[in-house]
Each structure stands twice: as C-alpha cells, then as structure tokens.
Design a binder for this molecule. Sequence first.
Ligand SMILES: NC(=O)C1=CN([C@@H]2O[C@H](COP(=O)(O)OP(=O)(O)OC[C@H]3O[C@@H](n4cnc5c(N)ncnc54)[C@H](O)[C@@H]3O)[C@@H](O)[C@H]2O)C=CC1
Ligand SMILES: CC(C)=CCC[C@@H](C)[C@H]1CC[C@H]2C3=C(CC[C@]12C)[C@@]1(C)CCC(=O)C[C@@H]1CC3
Length: 345
Amino acid sequence: MATRLRPANKKCTVIGGCGFLGQYMVERLLDKGYTVNVFDIRQGFQDERVQFFIGDLCSKKDLLPALQGVNVVFHCASPDPFSDNKELFYRVNYTGTRTVIESCKEAGVQKFVLTSSASVIFEGKDIKNGSEDFPYAKHPMDYYTESKILQEKEVLSTNDPENNFLTVAIRPHGIFGPRDPRLVYVLVETAKSGKMKCMIGNGKNLVDFTYVENVVHGHILAAEHLHKDSPLCGKAYHITNDEPIPFWTFLSRILIGLNYEEPKYHIPYWLAYYLALFVSLLVFIISPFIKINPTFTPMKVALAGTYHYYSCEKAKKDMGYKPVVSLDQALERTIQSHSHLRKNS
Ligand SMILES: NC(=O)C1=CN([C@@H]2O[C@H](COP(=O)(O)OP(=O)(O)OC[C@H]3O[C@@H](n4cnc5c(N)ncnc54)[C@H](O)[C@@H]3O)[C@@H](O)[C@H]2O)C=CC1
Ligand SMILES: CC(C)=CCC[C@@H](C)[C@H]1CC[C@H]2C3=C(CC[C@]12C)[C@@]1(C)CCC(=O)C[C@@H]1CC3
C-alpha cells in the first residue's frame, strides 16, 4: 500500500479539538492533508488518524508533548460561555492562553491561530457592519467576554516575526451547525417549556449567525496566509456568513423547521433589559447563601434584542475569504441534523 507523504509544514495541533468547532477543524484539516494532534481536557471522539493528548491547557507539562514537531497551533478551547465562573474564565482563557503561548514558543511552533469572538467589541449597543477597527468593549457584558478580550490582546501582542512566531485571531459570531451542543437544544427546550412566545424588541434586529464550516474555512485560510510579511501578523479578523439576518427570523426558521411554533408577541427591549438587570442584582445579593446561574441575563437580552453584525471585508481582502456554505444551505443542514428533536404533530 502506498504511504501518503505528509509535508512537515502541515503538522498542527488543535487545542479544544474535541469541542463543537474543534472537531470540525480536525475533520477539515485531515481532508486537507494535515497531520493532526488534538489537545483537550476530555476525549470527545475517536479517530485513528489523530493523536490525542488529554490534559489541561493551563499546564505546560500537559501541553508540551502535544506540540512537538508542530508548525501550526489552532487554539479553540474555552470554558462554556454561560458557566458564570469568573475565576475559571480568567484561569483558562487568560493565564492559560499565556501558558499555551509560552509552550508553543518553547516547542518551536511558528504559527498561532486563536479563536476569539466578535463579542470582544460588543457592549450591548447596536453594531451595524462593525469592522476590526472598532475598539474593544470598555464595559464587556460578562466575564466570558472580558476574558476573551484579555486573551485576544495577549495573543496579538506576542506576534514576533523576528523570532519566527506569528499570531492571528479569528473572531466568529454565533457559530451553528450539525452537532452543535447548544443553540438548537436551548431553543427547543425553551419552546417545549412554553417560554418561546415573545420576541425581545421589534424583531428586526440583524445579527450574524455563522455556519461552522465557514468558521473553519476562515481559520485554515488564516493559517495558510500567515507569513512573515503578510498583513495578517498580529491582527484580528471577523469571519461571518456575510448574510446578516434578523435574530428572531433565524430562530423562527429553526423552530418552524422542527415543527415548533415561532414567537408571535413582542416585549419592549428596555423592559426585558431592566428585568434581566433586576434578576442579576437579586442573584448577586443572594449569592453568599445560594448559587443560581440565571438563564435571563442582560447579555442574553442584548444578544437577542440589538443589532450586532460585523463586516468580513478585511478577511476577504487579506486572505481571500468567502463563505463556502450559504445561510439557506446551513439552516437546511442544521434542521435536518436535529430531526430527532422534531415535535410530533
Ligand atoms: N459557539 C459560538 O457561538 C462561539 C464560540 N466562540 C469561540 O470558539 C471556540 C470554540 O467554541 P465551541 O466549539 O462552541 O466550544 P465547545 O465548548 O464546544 O469547545 C471547547 C473545547 O475546549 C475544551 N476545553 C475547555 N477547557 C479546557 C482546558 N482547560 N484545557 C483543555 N481543553 C479545554 C473543552 O473540553 C471543549 O472540548 C471558543 O474559544 C469560543 O470562545 C467564538 C464565537 C462564537
Ligand atoms: C432566545 C433563545 C432561547 C435563544 C437561543 C439561542 C442562543 C442559545 C444563541 C443565540 C446567540 C448565540 C451566541 C452565543 C451563544 C448561543 C447564543 C446565545 C455566544 C454567546 C457564544 C460565545 C460567543 O463568543 C458569542 C456568542 C454570541 C451569540
């Protein structure tokens, strides 16, 4: 049997490779002929073509074996954005990422691609066609976002062409697709519990939802265009589907596709926002006695009721990015793959 030769510069490690985005990254990289290591705190799937390293990214000792002989590292690990654990976000996303960078430098990794988030510029106010020139949020809406800002700043500032260490950050927004453990499940659970009757605001606010394969495409293009003299060095890039859609239309298309009713009523944005603020205040007051992780937070209200869509012109110009799957196709595939959640009529 002929052995397929894998070029040395196509050896990579996907940190967080067992997560939703991470596993799609791994599959595409294998298709493209990369040799792939996965580093994750848990083993989420099996694949004999992949070498798995199970460990905590906060530990250099755990990381180093996964980085030997590797040219590119994709860092897409993070705690759950809704875990509400300030200490965990800071430890994994900020100090943990510093440890990852130090380990990469020590192991001689040349390229570092971070999965950041478009939310790093979101403060709960409308963003229409936001570009990468927008400043970081001065008042991030939650600890997750705060830690993603610290993380991105750290990664971009360590870009060091002189010492052959190049970094770039990809900022996706609202990743979705088959095997997503969050979005469709939350939606269906909310519909089942009868809480999916009201839209927050007038239902016209445009947002970006980005199909997972487009996010993967953006990451791999970034790695392949990251060279000493390229404009990507030390920069952040929005990667979207380039088809902003009203938030509530997107959710309704999934709900209708799975035979649930779409929300029909409206509650004013300000009312929902102040209610969520009030709930957060109550949760804070009782936190020394009872720990509650509220489902209704100001961040979630802002995500559901404001405009927040981003321009991906810079990625088109600097790395030839173009979405590979349209929003219509992406919704069809996502609904199809969640048919086990369909409501029987
Ligand atoms: N899901 C979304 O809509 C968006 C996600 N992002 C970012 O994309 C990245 C991937 O997100 P998802 O795939 O949705 O998340 P996910 O939760 O499915 O995957 C994250 C992976 O990181 C691993 N991980 C967590 N802590 C770790 C640690 N200490 N050491 C090693 N591995 C650890 C988890 O086990 C998991 O497999 C994250 O950085 C997230 O911040 C950015 C924008 C939107
Ligand atoms: C009203 C309702 C029940 C909505 C369900 C959908 C939500 C679970 C998603 C809609 C927008 C998504 C989103 C994220 C997580 C899932 C949603 C809230 C992120 C917070 C994930 C992490 C990020 O970096 C930013 C994302 C923004 C959009």
